[in-house]
Design a protein around this ligand. Structure first.
Ligand SMILES: [Zn+2]
Length: 233
């Protein structure tokens, strides 16, 4: 899969022609719908309203919208103008400049920019894991991906990277649990198993801490924390 950031760079430079229109379509269907929105849904639906994870997702979505509406304006003139109005922006979207690629990363420090590049290495891992999840579903080992625990084995830099992002890998693969192990060889190993624990009835993930908060016996601890914040502010 082509790197989304490379697609974005090529799309926002130069004139607006047929290949660019195709890039818009690919960005919507692949980068946003099939990957980014799919991964982001859980955070937006289940994280506490004021949590950094949810606020960060909302910031990223707003920046995407702010850039995207200007890029869409030549293709969907009336829709883009309506969106511009709903965003509370003054004037017409058709008088606004096309976004510069740097706008999306504005405010990020050097360390954050380097971290962003790590995702270019993690996305091929996601592609491989999704294929194994499909096989596991076809073999009836799991029903939904959230019923899965993915066991990854790797070596060298890839192992270090996977360990660094271990907490975020379940969300990236949309599974309940991920285990990272050191491999003997260089090839990435992927094994799908049934997730351990009980299903949280709020986020649908399988965890061992369902019922950990006695006030909410059928949901996991992170969900219980989010519900407390919703109730008590
Ligand atoms: Zn939960």
């Amino acid at each position: 899969m082509r790197c989304p950031r490379a697609r974005w760079r090529s799309w926002t430079s130069g004139c607006y022609c047929a290949p660019k229109t195709h890039a818009v379509y690919a960005f919507c269907t692949v980068d946003l719908s099939a990957v980014y929105f799919d991964v982001l849904k859980d955070r937006l639906y289940t994280s506490a309203p004021k949590s950094q994870a949810r606020r960060s997702a909302q910031t990223a979505l707003y920046r995407l919208l702010d850039a995207f509406v200007r890029l869409l304006a030549p293709l969907m003139s009336f829709t883009a103008e309506e969106v511009w109005g709903h965003m509370g922006r003054a004037g017409s979207v058709h008088m606004a400049y096309f976004p510069e690629p740097a706008e999306l990363a504005a405010g990020l420090d050097e360390a954050a920019r380097k971290r962003a590049a790590n995702w270019d290495r993690l996305m091929p891992v996601r592609d491989g894991v999704l294929k194994h999840l499909d096989t596991a579903r076809n073999e009836k080992l799991i029903g939904a991906p959230l019923e899965a625990r993915v066991r990854l084995s790797a070596n060298g830099e890839l192992y270090t990277l996977l360990v660094q992002y271990a907490e975020q890998l379940p969300a990236l693969f949309i599974v309940s649990q991920v285990v990272v192990e050191r491999a003997e060889g260089d090839a990435l190993g992927v094994k799908v198993e049934r997730a351990a624990g009980d299903k949280c009835e709020r986020c649908w993930k399988y965890t061992s801490d369902v019922g950990g908060d006695a006030s909410f016996p059928t949901i996991c601890l992170p969900c219980a924390g989010a519900v407390h914040e919703i109730i008590h502010g």
